[in-house]
Design a protein around this ligand. Structure first.
Ligand code: CTP
Length: 411
């Protein structure tokens, strides 16, 4: 950990693209998290958003050139003192200038003096993102340890759609927090790998308006998908019901409702995948019958609810495991008279036949519907790693470390 994660010094660079307006929302999120944020717009960025907006939201002065406040040597001091630099949006021009070590304004000068993690968040038209010049610049920056985020796909300025959209400010803020928690959380070690993640809770309908569900928010699964994509993987996220989470940038999302739909989507996506992470809270039972008309209250007590078993997707995955495929499960456990959380976790790992199992302690507000997570990572090879409290993205990064090591070992 490099800094007090709750109160870091962040430089927020803003380059001149239309997505610059979204940097205001990112700035607000970062300052509300307790960070001290200094905004460094390029001169072009100020054509989209006025300096007064950045100054009011950050509470700090805004300069673009290297000739203001010369006695304070800001072009050197700002970069040296920062705990994190985020540039959002990073235009094709900004990426080119950063890749080539230019220092023709305060932002690029600060990039040259920063010793801290640097997160560049590209936003540009698809052609510009896919142009060989930009690809080379991104590769060069990544080879130097700069984190260049995968852009989102979707509607761009004008009528076009495609990769190049700025990811949602909430997602950028999560990655910023992750890099403060763990500067080396986003290596490109999953490049060329294909992974499947399930997330959220399944819902089993009883009649057209009622269902059996659970409290899963989907946040841990979304964090796994987000982090895997930023580590270079091609990711399919099979999402049940979640707490209205936006699709993570660079991830293919398949939305499902019931356990049987989830099973179908996961098994299809798992074909040829390098790794599958089952973070979904899968309903073990469903109503034995579905009433096609809404069940009426009537004047007598209702019939007891009859339930039937759902398929166990994780067990199906491990039984049909392809050569070299790494399969990971989750278990939310409470201790009881027969054993503690780890005891139950180890038994479940063996029962399910998974390679890895994340064991969370639930109850007392832990695990479900909260932003942070902690637990243990158990391996079928007998390994046991404590996952210290931190963001769900931090836990995801530890999980992908373990998956990546196993994939490397399989060759
Ligand atoms: N899981 C699954 N299919 C199910 C139930 C669970 O694939 N029908 C997966 C979950 O996604 C998770 C793991 O199995 O990765 C463990 O889930 P959990 O609910 O803890 O396991 P259960 O087998 O339901 O055990 P328990 O009796 O403790 O509820």
């Amino acid at each position: 950990m490099i800094a007090d994660v709750a109160a870091a010094r962040i430089l927020l660079g803003v380059a001149g693209g239309i997505a610059a307006y979204k940097s205001c929302e990112l700035l607000r999120r970062l300052t509300e998290s307790g960070h001290s944020v200094r905004v460094l717009p390029t001169a072009s960025a100020l054509k989209f958003v006025g300096a007064a907006t950045f100054e009011a939201l950050s509470g700090q002065p805004v300069r673009t050139g290297v000739f203001a406040d010369v006695p304070a040597v800001p072009h050197v001091a700002l970069g040296q003192q920062a705990d994190l630099v985020v540039v959002a949006p990073a235009t094709a021009d900004l990426l080119a200038r950063a890749a080539h070590g230019r220092a023709d304004d305060l932002l690029t000068a600060a990039l040259l003096t920063a010793h801290c993690p640097v997160l560049l968040v590209p936003a540009m038209h698809t052609e510009m993102w896919e142009h060989p010049a930009t690809r080379d610049n991104v590769a060069l920056l990544r080879s130097r340890g700069v984190v260049v985020m995968e852009p989102a796909s979707g509607r761009l300025t004008g009528r076009d759609t495609g990769p190049g959209r700025l990811p949602e400010p909430a997602e950028i803020a999560e990655l910023a927090r992750l890099l403060l928690e763990r500067p080396d959380a986003l290596p490109r070690d999953l490049s060329g790998r294909r992974v499947v993640v399930s997330a959220g809770g399944t819902r089993e309908p009883l009649d057209p308006v009622r269902f059996l569900g659970n409290r899963s928010s989907g946040r841990q699964g979304y964090a796994l998908a987000q982090v895997a994509a930023q580590r270079g993987a091609a990711v399919t996220l099979v999402a049940g019901h979640t707490a209205e989470l936006g699709d993570p940038a660079g991830v293919e999302v398949v939305h499902v409702g019931t356990t049987r739909e989830l099973r179908e989507a996961v098994l299809a996506a798992a074909k040829g995948a390098d790794a599958v992470a089952m973070a979904a809270a899968v309903a073990d039972f469903r109503p034995a019958s579905f009433a096609s008309d809404k069940i009426k209250k009537g004047s007598t007590d209702p019939e007891p609810l009859v339930l039937t078993r759902n398929p166990d997707v994780l067990v199906e995955l491990t039984q049909g495991r392809e050569q070299g495929q790494v399969i990971l499960g989750f278990a939310a456990e409470t201790g009881d008279a027969t054993g503690d959380v780890l005891h139950h976790g180890r038994a479940k790992l063996a029962r399910k036949g998974a390679d890895l199992l994340v064991v969370n302690t639930v109850g007392d507000g832990r695990g479900f519907e909260v932003a942070d997570n902690a637990g243990w990572l158990l391996g079928a090879d007998g390994t046991e790693q404590e996952l210290h409290p931190g963001s769900k993205a931090l836990l995801a990064s530890r999980v992908w470390d373990a998956v990546s090591a196993r994939l490397r070992a399989h060759g």
